[in-house]
Design a protein. Structure first.
Length: 301
């Protein structure tokens, strides 16, 4: 029998970093710098290359391991006490939790870290004490600023086998909160897509159906700029490079104006501006939409 969960669930505070296994590190480094405009910031012990978008030393780590998919997702806890409270919550769901060594945490640029696996087999890391780099962020192609810092790196959309099961795990284990649903038709059936938040950003993680053997678990990650001009400039640059991409559009639920581009690993990157925020949790109500976009975007993988 599962241990009882605490009455008040401790929640993570932001989506902190992603570890991505890639087959062509050189191509990814060029894509990250000249297309996305994010800054390379050193290397790690396994040959991983770090990238930053704000004061956090690393928001992305690219590992030359060939999966072309998400390896792990790192979620920030307020402090060590909060991290250990989250460990207890996850253990109460009958999931094994291990505490990282000091060296393992240091490779993630954190003071401490725990690890476990979600219901779909994704490695999840919860850490505290991220390393901050107060030298100015310098985009290789002049992006003025990304909307990150306390809101986290942006968001991820994960393909899962069972949305209800995975959503329950993150609600009860990591203390994420439900933002809303978008119900769409998939293969002749109506399927709900679940969007969750951990801070004022409308969603830090969304769950969509479709995980199966041979299918990438990462549907996309999103970067949000502070200026619509940076989205327009990125659109022009990526079109001139001949990258595979969608149209500019605006989403129904978070109101983001964005476009999607296919990364060197085959999953999408969303590049956007103007996302809605949840500024008052007490007045927020969970709603449902029947389309992902008000206008634009078009088909996505």
């Amino acid at each position: 029998m599962n241990a009882e969960l605490p009455t008040a669930i401790m929640g993570v505070t932001q989506l902190g970093y992603l570890g991505i296994g890639v087959s062509d590190l050189s191509e990814w480094k060029d894509f990250a710098a000249s297309a996305l405009g994010i800054q390379q910031n050193g290397t790690g012990p396994r040959g991983e290359v770090y990238f930053r978008i704000d004061d956090h030393h690393q928001r992305f780590a690219l590992f030359p391991t060939g999966e072309d998919d998400l390896l792990h997702a790192g979620w920030e806890a307020k402090d060590a006490q909060a991290m250990h409270a989250i460990a207890r919550q996850v253990r109460a769901l009958s999931v094994e939790v291990t505490e990282a060594t000091r060296e393992e945490a240091a490779a993630r640029m954190a003071l401490g870290m725990i690890r476990f696996v979600d219901p779909d087999g994704l490695a999840v890391e919860v850490y505290h004490g991220p390393l901050l780099d107060r030298t100015p962020f310098r985009s290789p192609r002049g992006v003025a600023r990304f909307k990150a810092d306390a809101l986290g790196l942006g968001h991820i959309v994960l393909k899962v086998a069972d949305i209800d099961r995975t959503l329950r795990f993150y609600l009860q284990g990591l203390g994420v909160k439900l933002s809303d649903y978008i119900t769409v038709e998939r293969e002749g059936r109506m399927a709900p897509l679940a969007f969750t938040h951990v801070n004022p950003r409308h969603h830090s993680m969304a769950l969509v159906p479709g995980l199966a053997p041979g299918v990438k678990r990462l549907q996309h990650f999103m970067l949000e700029t502070e200026s619509i001009n940076d989205v327009g400039l990125a659109l022009d640059i990526m079109q001139r490079r001949g990258l595979e991409m969608g149209r500019l559009g605006r989403h129904t639920n978070d109101l983001m104006i964005s476009f999607y581009v296919v990364s060197p690993s085959g999953f999408n990157v969303e590049y956007g501006w103007g996302g809605r925020t949840i500024d008052d949790e007490s007045t927020w109500t969970v709603q449902n939409y029947r389309a992902t976009s008000i206008w634009g975007h078009g088909p996505r993988r």
